[in-house]
Ligand binder design. Structure first.
Ligand SMILES: O=C(CO)[C@@H](O)[C@H](O)COP(=O)(O)O
Length: 237
């Protein structure tokens, strides 16, 4: 649980969650298997509905299928729900085997209700923030969620340029909430990870830079090390 009083950053862990959006989706099970074998801490699965963002990706049937080959004991699934009205997908995703449900603050008219539904369905809950949304919008909910996701690109596609201008949002949260899991997503690579690590992000989503890397294990290890080294410095942000 997040805390504003005691410096608890040492309890945080750096974790790397490859985004499979730019993987070979026709061979998704083996792509995921490869990434887990190479040391992924979790899998970041991007659900797009064609409304909240223009593209459509996949839904709970795909998650259900993936769960048949990747049991919960092997890897946890982080669902990034780029969908309007996320409430309607909560139960299906939980039943399909999702572990964490991250919805956009811009996509629901009742944030408290969405948080409650996700919790009741037995999943961890997170709130995502688009680049043009001020981070202050999510601060009132921090005590009630497991993580905040700061988007470092406009949601909707992999392979975009990292937006360094989002780092003050991460820093604002980390200054206030020393034990909060803060996730970043979009354009995170070996060239940009140091910005995320300095600002205070500990859950690192990386798509192209891992999936298309010649050595995904090295890429993930290097990103994890870069964050792990910086964690102690977050007490004095
Ligand atoms: O949610 C999204 C995009 O909407 C991300 O998860 C991207 O898929 C990450 O890919 P890279 O930017 O790292 O290539």
């Amino acid at each position: 649980m997040a805390s504003t009083t005691k410096p608890g950053v040492r309890a945080l862990h750096a974790q790397i969650g490859p985004s499979i959006l730019n993987a070979d989706l026709a061979a998704l099970a083996s792509e995921c298997d490869r990434l887990i074998g190479d040391g992924a801490d979790y899998l970041h699965l991007d659900v797009m509905d064609g409304h909240f963002v223009p593209p459509i990706t996949f839904g709970h049937f795909m998650v259900q299928s993936l769960r048949k080959t990747i049991p919960k004991s092997r890897c946890w699934f982080d669902m990034h729900m780029m969908v309007e009205n996320p409430d309607r997908f909560v139960k299906d995703m939980a039943d399909a085997g999702a572990d964490q449900f991250v919805f956009h603050v811009e996509a629901t008219s009742n944030v408290e209700q969405t948080i409650r539904k996700v919790r009741e369905a037995g999943m961890k809950v997170g709130i995502a923030v688009k680049p043009n949304t001020p981070v202050e919008v999510v601060v009132p909910y921090v005590e009630h969620v497991d993580l905040i996701l700061i988007m470092t690109v406009e949601p909707g596609a992999g392979g975009q340029k990292f937006m360094n201008a989002m780092m003050p949002k991460v820093q604002t949260l980390r200054r206030q909430f020393k034990e909060l899991d803060i996730e970043v997503d979009g354009g995170v690579s070996l060239d940009t990870i140091h910005h995320c690590a300095e600002a205070g992000a500990n859950l690192i989503v990386s798509g192209t830079a891992v999936v298309k890397s010649e050595n995904p294990r090295n890429a993930m290890d290097s990103m994890r090390d870069a964050v792990t080294k910086r964690i102690p410095s977050w007490t004095s942000l």
